[in-house]
Ligand binder design. Structure first.
Ligand SMILES: [Zn+2]
Length: 447
């Protein structure tokens, strides 16, 4: 008898077009119990009293998801369906439709309320990333969640999708990403310097003005886009021991990176408190990027056991290249002398990944599947044996059924406590869902 957590990040519009019964049957046969549809947080009614403490109007996101759609497409049929009917149907297949919310990213909300955005060292604001320290942002997401949990029964889990601080989401890198040299871009990361974060940092005893001056200085080096400077940075920081030299020289920056992590955790702690106050049996889960670089977004694994019930690790190894290549391309456009292989060599070395030595290869192949094993194992070691790591695995194109099988095997070897198949990028082959279930069954993870 096995009780592993098995779920899918599904695309409702695709399942709806195919016929929900058919899609649910396939999920059931693959051992899936939990279905997280992108955009589901915006399918529920709005009860105004839950939004009194925020200026953010929840209809902005609802109308956007319905009519325009984010990078993952519109959610028209999801938003015009009744959650209770969908959940009842899912229940007939042993599935639980749960609640997923993305508390960081919203282009239309940032457009309507520019002061909710993350601010960088030069005072520029992100076009789509909201700051988790901003009171309006917090009250909006807490209010939306409470509104839904108090008015709809049967939700068993609240999943927080990438609570973090940065200018762009590494899982969906936009085309406007700036050229900034590694590793300084991350080690002296210039966000968020909004008024709320600055106040919070000062209250916590950080010497913010000194930190800002230091970051501004290092940022100047990170944005000096010459081949000579690239070579200097790439050759000065070749491995973990070199990075420690930087850390010792700039101790305040480490306080800043730690502070960013605490600001992210603080948002999650508030959400956890809220959810448990509505119903202590509802699970709270948080989606984190790979441990090798999650700290750059203020996401820390070692604090998760104290603040969440489950941690979902998102490493879509076949797909990550098409996103992560964008900042590298921007650097190369700015400094044409750099060879693709030089940029990739540095990228893989710093992030502890391995993969192809050309941009096209990186787009087509991503990073090698062994990285799934390493990242799951690292995550598991960070959180300890009593906290669950759910391995989020690529089911999206270009992944084939064999890729899905290999990723499941690697996650299992790394000690995963559960598995989620990611399909949100769209048009995933149905065979990938079948392969996911077959491999879990072959490993004895499902019956
Ligand atoms: Zn901020």
């Amino acid at each position: 008898m096995t009780n592993k957590y098995v779920g899918v990040w599904g695309v409702f519009e695709e399942d709806y077009a195919e016929g929900l019964e058919k899609a649910f049957q396939r999920y059931k046969e693959a051992g899936i119990k939990h279905v997280m549809y992108g955009g589901i947080a915006h399918t529920f009614d709005v009860h105004e009293e839950f939004y009194r403490d925020t200026k953010i109007d929840p209809w902005i996101q609802i109308n956007y998801e319905k009519n325009v759609g984010d990078a993952f497409g519109t959610k028209f049929n999801l938003i015009t369906s009744e959650f209770n009917d969908l959940n009842a149907l899912a229940g007939e297949y042993g599935l639980s439709l749960d609640f997923d919310i993305t508390p960081g990213v919203s282009d239309p909300i940032v457009e309507a309320y520019p002061d909710t955005a993350v601010v960088d060292i030069e005072g520029k604001t992100s076009k789509h990333w909201m700051c988790p320290s901003n009171q309006d942002v917090r009250a909006y997401f807490y209010g939306r969640t409470e509104d839904i949990l108090r008015n709809y029964k049967g939700i068993r889990e609240v999943e927080l999708d990438v609570v973090s601080i940065d200018f762009y989401d590494p899982q969906v890198v936009p085309d406007w990403v700036l050229p900034e040299l590694y590793p300084l871009r991350q080690l002296a990361i210039g966000n968020c310097f909004c008024d709320h974060c600055v106040k919070k940092a000062k209250d916590a005893g950080l010497q913010v003005d000194k930190i800002k001056a230091e970051i501004a200085e290092i940022y100047k080096t990170a944005t000096t886009l010459t081949y000579e400077n690239f070579k200097d940075q790439a050759e000065a920081y070749r491995g973990a021991f070199d990075v420690m030299r930087f850390v010792i020289k700039h101790p305040e920056l480490m306080q800043w990176l730690k502070f960013r992590g605490e600001a992210v955790d603080d948002f999650v702690i508030g959400m956890n408190k809220l959810v448990k106050s509505v119903d202590p049996s509802i699970l709270i889960s948080s989606d984190l990027v790979s441990p090798s670089f999650s700290w750059t977004l203020g996401q820390m694994y070692h604090t998760q056991p104290a603040i969440t019930d489950l941690t979902k690790l998102m490493l879509y190894h076949k797909r990550i290249g098409s996103f992560e290549v964008k900042p590298l391309k921007r650097i190369q456009q700015a400094i044409p002398e750099i060879k693709e292989s030089e940029l990739l060599d540095q990228y893989f070395r710093l992030k502890a990944f391995d993969g192809p030595d050309s941009f096209q290869g990186f787009v087509d192949e991503g990073v090698s599947v062994e990285n799934v094993y390493y990242e799951v194992k690292k995550a598991k070691m960070e959180v300890g044996q009593h906290h669950k790591i759910i391995a989020g695995l690529v089911g999206d194109p270009p992944a084939t059924p064999d890729d899905v099988r290999e990723a499941v095997v690697m996650a299992h070897k790394g000690g995963a406590d559960g598995y989620m198949l990611h399909l949100w990028y769209g048009n995933a082959p149905k065979e990938n869902v079948v392969a996911f279930g077959e491999q879990l069954r072959a490993l004895g993870e499902i019956e």
